[in-house]
Write a protein that binds this ligand. Structure first.
Ligand code: IPM
Ligand code: MG
Length: 356
C-alpha cells in the first residue's frame, strides 16, 4: 500500500497527523504500508510556487492511494485564481481522473442530539451521496470575464456533461445502490437545464441494466428541501459536480457536524484520494481544536475501496463508534455543557479503541 500523505493547509496537518498515527499502528501490526509525504494547496504554493507542483504530480501518479487533509486559507485569497489552493485540489482530481466522489452521511446514534435537526428526523440516517467530480460547470470551457454587448463587465461559466461522463457515474450509482438499499435518486435540474435533460435521459437508460434498483429523479431544489424535511427517504443519491458539492455540505449537518464526513474520490480502477469533506478551518488552525474523525473515517474508506481490506475499515469504524460511545467529543460535536477534548486527545482515544 503506497500511500501519499498530503496534509494541505489550515487544520490539515493536525487532522492528518492523527490519521497517520492510525496508519503507523497498522504498519507495526504487519500491514504493508509505505508512507510518503507531499504538498498540495497553499503549502505547495509556499514551497514551489504552485498549488499542484510537478513533484506532487509525480508522487500522486506513483501512489496507490492518497490521503488529503484540506486546502485553502485567507493568506492565499489575493492570489490569481490559477495559483489558489483550491485549484490544486481541482487539478489533482482532474489529473488523476477521480470522477466518482462518494460522500456517505451516516448519523452515529450518540450524535443524534448534535444534529441541527430533530432526533426523530435524523435517527438512523444513512445516505450515500455520489457526486460526479471531474466535469460540469467546475471544468467547463469557455469560462472567464468579458464585456457584454452593453459594454458591461460579465463573468461566465459553461455547464456541460457528455454522455460517457454521465454513464460512468450512473453505473457507480446503480452498483452502489445494489450493495445497499437498492434505491437510487438522481438529482438534476431538468426543468431548466439542457445538461440536466441529457443527464436524466442517460441515467434512465443505464437504469434499464439494473432492474433491481428503484430509480427516481428529483430536481435539485426539491432535493435540498427533502434532505432537511425527510432525509431518511434517501438511500443513494447520484448527481453532478456542482449540485453534489452543495447537497453534501447540507447532508453533513444532518450527521451532526461537517467534521464527521469522510469522502472517497475514485478513478475507474479504484485508485483513490481520500479526504474529509470539510475545509481548512483557518479560524481554529493550530489550536488542537479540530475533529480528526472525518479524516480517519476517510482512511476506512481507503482500506475498503482501494485496498479491499474491509477488516481494517471495520476496525477504524468500530474505534470511532467506541470513542463516541465513551462520550469523547471534540468541540464541533459536543452539546452545550459537555466536556470536550482536542484533536490529539481524540486521536489518542481512537488509537486505544483500535486495540480494544
Ligand atoms: C469540496 C470543496 C471543493 C469543491 C472546493 C474547496 C474547491 O468544497 O470538496 O466539496 O468545491 O469541490
Ligand atoms: Mg464543498
Amino acid at each position: 500500500m503506497k500511500i501519499l500523505i498530503l496534509p494541505g493547509d489550515g487544520i490539515g496537518p493536525e487532522i492528518v497527523g492523527q490519521a497517520v498515527r492510525i496508519l503507523e499502528r497498522f504498519k507495526t501490526e504487519g500491514v504493508p504500508i509505505e508512507l510518503e509525504h507531499g504538498l498540495l494547496g497553499g503549502a505547495a504554493y509556499d514551497a514551489h510556487g504552485h498549488p499542484y507542483p510537478e513533484v506532487t504530480r509525480q508522487q500522486a501518479h506513483a501512489a496507490d492511494a492518497i490521503v488529503l487533509g484540506c486546502v485553502g486559507g485567507p493568506r492565499y485569497d489575493t492570489l490569481p485564481r490559477a495559483l489558489r489552493p483550491e485549484q490544486g485540489l481541482l487539478a489533482i482530481r482532474k489529473d488523476l481522473s477521480l470522477f466518482a466522489n462518494l460522500r456517505p452521511a451516516l448519523l452515529y446514534p450518540e450524535l443524534a442530539a448534535a444534529s441541527s435537526l430533530k432526533p426523530e428526523i435524523v435517527a438512523g440516517l444513512d445516505v450515500l451521496i455520489i457526486r460526479e467530480l471531474t466535469g460540469d460547470i467546475y471544468f467547463g470551457q469557455p469560462r472567464g470575464r468579458r464585456q457584454n454587448a452593453a459594454g458591461e463587465d460579465e463573468g461566465f461559466d459553461t455547464m456541460h456533461y457528455a454522455r460517457s461522463e454521465i454513464e460512468r457515474i450512473a453505473h457507480i450509482g446503480f452498483k452502489s445502490a445494489m450493495r445497499r438499499g437498492r434505491r437510487l435518486c438522481s438529482v438534476d435540474k431538468a426543468n431548466v437545464l439542457d445538461t440536466s435533460i441529457l443527464w436524466r435521459e442517460v441515467v434512465t437508460e443505464v437504469g434499464r441494466l439494473y432492474p433491481e434498483v428503484a430509480l427516481s429523479h428529483m430536481y435539485v431544489d426539491n432535493a435540498a428541501m427533502q434532505l432537511v424535511r425527510a432525509p431518511k427517504q434517501f438511500d443513494v443519491v447520484v448527481t453532478g459536480n456542482l449540485f453534489g458539492d452543495i447537497l453534501s455540505d447540507e447532508a453533513s449537518m444532518l450527521a451532526g457536524s461537517i467534521g464527521m464526513l469522510p469522502s472517497a474520490s475514485l478513478d475507474a480502477r479504484n485508485k483513490g484520494l481520500y479526504e474529509p469533506i470539510h475545509g481548512s478551518a483557518p479560524d481554529i488552525a493550530g489550536q488542537d481544536a479540530a475533529n480528526p474523525i472525518a479524516t480517519i473515517l476517510s482512511l476506512a474508506m481507503m482500506m475498503r475501496y482501494s485496498f479491499d481490506r474491509d477488516d481494517l475499515a471495520r476496525r477504524i469504524e468500530a474505534a470511532v463508534r467506541h470513542a463516541l460511545a465513551r462520550g469523547i467529543r471534540t468541540r464541533d460535536i459536543a452539546l452545550p455543557g459537555e466536556g470536550v477534548v482536542g484533536t490529539q486527545a481524540m486521536g489518542d482515544a481512537l488509537l486505544s479503541a483500535l486495540s480494544a
